[in-house]
Design a protein around this ligand. Structure first.
Ligand SMILES: [Cu+2]
Length: 190
């Protein structure tokens, strides 16, 4: 399959719904370079940036979608937060980008002590006003595979999120430097 070969990793297909698990060396590379970034610290200029933005449609809000620069790789991960107005609930169904061949919503699971990525189960993607949905490092994320061009700081990445009730929201993902700190979210939708 194209996405695995692009990653240079081996799929571990021990169940049907776990089509895209990246194991071994490839997994470590992916997690270190894209999903998690703990060994790197904030740059001095980081505090001065205000990249927060909110995409609101009807009763839901998507807050500050962002990604790390992809350093020439064809894969990337997008993080963001989704909240709902009081009394409203919805579910993230799927994601799409015109700039990536394949986009999936992934979860990170612990399989026998090894952290792996797999497609997130539907109930993990539900949210309410009391229980917002946060896609963040070491957890749920939007996985971009087969990127047409590498993500570089200040480049533009178009992303669409499709929700069960609310329909599709288009947004622009902010690409951050590897040395930047994760975005902070308010997690409220007014
Ligand atoms: Cu992933």
């Amino acid at each position: 399959m194209r996405s695995e070969s692009a990653l240079g990793t081996q799929p571990v297909a021990n169940s049907e719904n776990r089509m895209r698990i990246f194991a071994g060396y490839g997994l470590i590379v992916v997690l270190a370079a894209i999903i998690g970034n703990q060994s790197l610290h904030a740059s001095n200029s980081d505090a001065e940036k205000d990249e927060s933005k909110v995409y609101q449609m009807g009763s839901i809000c998507v807050e500050s979608p962002w990604s790390f620069e992809s350093l020439g790789k064809k894969v990337g991960a997008v993080f963001l937060a989704i909240s709902a107005q009081k009394g409203f609930s919805d579910r993230l169904v799927r994601a799409h980008s015109p700039q990536a061949m394949r986009v999936e919503i992934h979860d990170i699971v612990n399989k026998d002590g090894i952290m792996m990525m797999e497609e997130a189960e539907a109930e993990r993607l539900m949210f309410t006003s009391d229980s917002p949905l946060e896609l963040k490092q070491h957890g749920l994320h939007v996985m971009l595979m087969g990127l047409q061009i590498p993500l570089t700081p200040n480049s533009e990445l178009r992303l669409e999120l499709e929700f069960e009730k609310s329909g599709t929201i288009e947004m622009e993902v902010t690409v951050r430097e590897l040395s930047d700190t994760p975005m902070q979210y308010r997690l409220v939708c007014e």
